[in-house]
Design a binder for this molecule. Structure first.
Ligand SMILES: CC(C)(COP(=O)(O)OP(=O)(O)OC[C@H]1O[C@@H](n2cnc3c(N)ncnc32)[C@H](O)[C@@H]1OP(=O)(O)O)[C@@H](O)C(=O)NCCC(=O)NCCS
Length: 193
């Protein structure tokens, strides 16, 4: 679904959070969190070294995804502070098979407060309604227990381990595959939450 150049995913509001599209004004505050190597311990992307890395994420990655009409990446903000503290979103992993993928991260001072579950629940409701994927998957690098817990709390099932499926920073990593299917999400009760 190709969108107009200025299309942005609609703002989603939850009890404690506002999820909105990124703008270039987010570069500096986002950089302060994205530069933290504790955040990127289990991510595909590396810690940002300079604000130019963050600007590249905002200008190239985010703008391209919005052009494709994807609800990704969403800036996670804690009401009433408009500054981004992380990102989450869904994108087509395999559109012909109606499979989307969920991704997320949040800044270290905000860990352990349930924010990612709350943010992802809203994004998943939006994605299942607007894009109608049959399958929503998420991949977790082995060892990222907190991320696995997030997925379990969202009703995802662990499907298996892809051994040494990822060469990252010179190491082969095992990757855990999780998914939730459309009918499971609909029945899960997350929609009302
Ligand atoms: C993983 C991450 C997204 C979790 O987000 P969060 O908002 O802190 O998640 P929650 O507050 O909902 O906590 C998730 C659960 O993990 C648990 N948890 C936290 N750290 C843990 C750890 N080191 N080991 C085991 N469980 C852990 C929490 O106790 C919580 O479970 P509970 O609700 O049953 O107590 C966040 O830590 C993060 O952004 N990490 C860096 C980036 C990243 O790894 N992204 C995911 C890539 S797949």
């Amino acid at each position: 679904m190709m969108k107009l150049p200025n299309w942005r995913p609609p703002t989603l509001t939850t009890e404690r959070l506002v999820l909105r599209a990124f703008t270039e004004d987010d570069a500096q505050p986002l950089f302060e969190h994205a530069r933290n190597p504790n955040v990127t311990r289990f991510t595909l992307w590396d810690a940002h070294r300079t604000v130019a890395d963050t600007m590249l994420f905002l200008r190239d990655y985010a703008v391209l995804r919005y052009l494709e009409g994807m609800p990704e990446p969403y800036a996670i903000t804690v009401t009433p502070d408009p500054h981004p503290i992380g990102a989450c979103g869904c994108f087509w992993a395999a559109k012909p098979h109606q499979t989307m993928e969920l991704g997320y991260w949040i800044a270290e001072p905000f860990w352990g407060q349930g924010y990612v579950v709350e943010a992802c629940r809203a994004v998943l409701n939006f994605a299942f309604t607007e894009y109608e994927p049959e399958r929503m998957q998420a991949r977790v690098i082995d060892g990222n227990t907190a991320s696995e817990r997030v997925l379990t709390k969202l009703g995802f099932q662990h499907e298996g381990v892809f051994r040494h499926a990822l060469l990252r920073r010179g190491n082969f990593e095992d990757v855990r595959m999780y998914s939730v299917l459309r009918n499971e999400w609909t029945k899960s009760g997350h929609e009302s939450g």
